[in-house]
Ligand binder design. Structure first.
Ligand SMILES: *Cc1c(COP(=O)(O)O)cnc(C)c1O
Length: 227
């Protein structure tokens, strides 16, 4: 695949992000993460050439060979579920977006202690409570944040969430504001928690208006995935 118009699409998306920041009034910087899952290394290279520095993958077993094939020093983000027996794979990523259970948080913490360097991670919050989605409920965030204060193998950099697909704008806003509130709870407990990873191709403008600092964009940059 050629990804010919990627630079043009990126420019358009960056303009819409800037406008959404202005409308939202949160004055945040936004990192665009190009989600290259199901696409080959050529998509990563095309994104790099167009100026993208952050790339997202949702499966370790797909990401690792792609990393081998790509020489450009992109920052790799793990945005999908991580099995505990693959926790060492976090060493290959800049940021783990998807800590979705206490058991995984514990395993990540232990790995950070073993390697002598904390693992930067986001807590995945399932604000909408959809049963099909993983993550912590909003009510679980405060006790979880307290529990994590004693676990220095993991650095809580913020919160990640996914909104329901094709939801009405008011629903989206509620979900994104809920994630922002969860992030602020973690901050209040003393975690660095500056990041808010939310917004995909269909909803990133609303997410940015609600304070997203990282948007994860696949389809809008690379076209529809062939599954
Ligand atoms: C696939 C994926 C995205 C990107 O979705 P698009 O709708 O293609 O932009 C974002 N976040 C996660 C967690 C994903 O798995």
């Amino acid at each position: 695949m050629l990804y010919e118009d990627l630079a043009g699409r990126l420019t358009g998306v960056q303009e819409r992000i800037a406008a959404a920041v202005a409308r939202g009034g949160h004055e945040q910087r936004v990192t665009l993460i190009a989600v290259t899952k199901t696409h080959g290394p050529d998509a990563v290279r095309a994104a790099w050439s167009a100026g993208v520095r952050d790339v997202g993958e949702n499966r370790v077993q797909e990401a690792l060979p792609k990393m081998q094939a790509v020489l450009e020093p992109v920052h790799w983000h793990l945005i999908g579920h991580l099995q505990r027996n693959k926790v060492k794979a976090v060493d290959h990523f800049t940021l783990l977006h998807s800590v979705d259970s206490r058991r995984l948080a514990e395993a990540v913490h232990e790995h950070g202690m073993d390697r002598g360097r904390p693992v930067p991670a986001l807590l995945q919050v399932n604000v909408s409570g959809e049963t099909s989605k993983g993550g912590f409920t909003s009510a679980e965030v405060e006790p979880l944040g307290e529990w994590l204060c004693g676990r220095s193998g993991i650095t809580v950099q913020g919160v990640m969430t996914m909104a329901p697909l094709d939801a009405a704008e008011t629903v989206l806003r509620g979900v994104f504001a809920g994630a922002r509130a969860a992030r602020d709870v973690l901050r209040g407990l003393g975690h660095p928690a500056a990041e808010l990873s939310m917004g995909m191709s269909g909803d990133y403008e609303v997410a940015v208006e609600e304070g997203a600092t990282m948007v994860r964009l696949g389809t809008i940059l690379f076209g529809a995935r062939g599954t």
